[in-house]
Design a protein around this ligand. Structure first.
Ligand SMILES: O=C(CO)[C@H](O)[C@H](O)COP(=O)(O)O
Length: 220
């Protein structure tokens, strides 16, 4: 089975978590694209969606699913999104697709965060995947120097501008033993908009696409 087939399997399993007729939170990425395809099959029984990126918004609209401004929505019962890595506490690294800030906002609002991923994403220690940090453009060099002091090697994601008109630094070389502490420390650097650690607000459940079916992983 390919990684994409495992992503698709996890994504379709997430439909079981859409139990209300309200607004569904929708993340970003190739796994979420499969989820949007799945969501389209039950679009008649949901009110619509809030979306974490322009790309997902477009895909949702192409299916005729209404996309709301988050400010106009009182409740997001479920948020479905992928991840670049998850540890066994369901703390995540996200932002490989550059949508981390809006993803973190919707995750904060949502009652339940359902993470969907292929089996390769579950790790013991976060950090092999370079940690994305969204930065205000004029602060890029300063933030990079501060990250070096913390032991990381930041690499500017050249040619990428986020939906919020910022830039991304991908931080290599981190063994993230204390995810909450690092998430807070990075947030405290002036010029950082968001970092891709989802440790203070981890996922509530991880649906992992595997060779033998979707595995439901609950936090340890
Ligand atoms: O955080 C993300 C985008 O910002 C994605 O969820 C993450 O990069 C996983 O992507 P994919 O589903 O394509 O493997």
């Amino acid at each position: 089975m390919t990684a994409d087939e495992m992503k698709k399997q996890a994504a379709w399993s997430a439909l079981e978590y859409i139990t209300t007729d309200g607004v569904v939170g929708v993340g970003t990425g190739s796994t979420v694209n499969h989820f949007i395809d799945a969501l389209a099959t039950i679009k008649h029984r949901i009110e619509g969606a809030v979306s974490s990126s322009n790309a997902s918004t477009q895909r949702l609209k192409d299916y005729g699913i209404e996309v709301f401004d988050l400010n106009d929505v009182k409740e997001v019962a479920v948020y479905v999104d992928g991840a670049d890595e998850s540890n066994h506490n369901l703390q995540l690294i996200k932002g490989g697709g550059g949508a981390l800030t809006r993803e973190k906002i919707i995750a904060a609002v949502a009652d339940k965060f359902v993470c969907i991923a292929d089996a390769t994403k579950l790790v013991d220690v976060l950090g092999k995947f370079p940690l994305p940090v969204e930065v205000i453009p004029m602060a890029r060099s300063y933030v990079a120097r501060e990250i070096v002091k913390l032991g990381g090697q930041p690499v500017y994601r050249e040619g990428v501008i986020t939906d919020n008109h910022n830039v991304i630094l991908d931080v290599h070389g981190l063994d993230i033993m204390e995810p909450i502490k690092l998430e807070k420390t990075l947030n405290d650097i002036v010029g950082v908009v968001t970092n891709g650690l989802f440790a203070m607000r981890p996922a509530d459940v991880l649906l992992l696409g595997t060779e033998t079916g979707t595995q439901i992983v609950n936090p340890k």
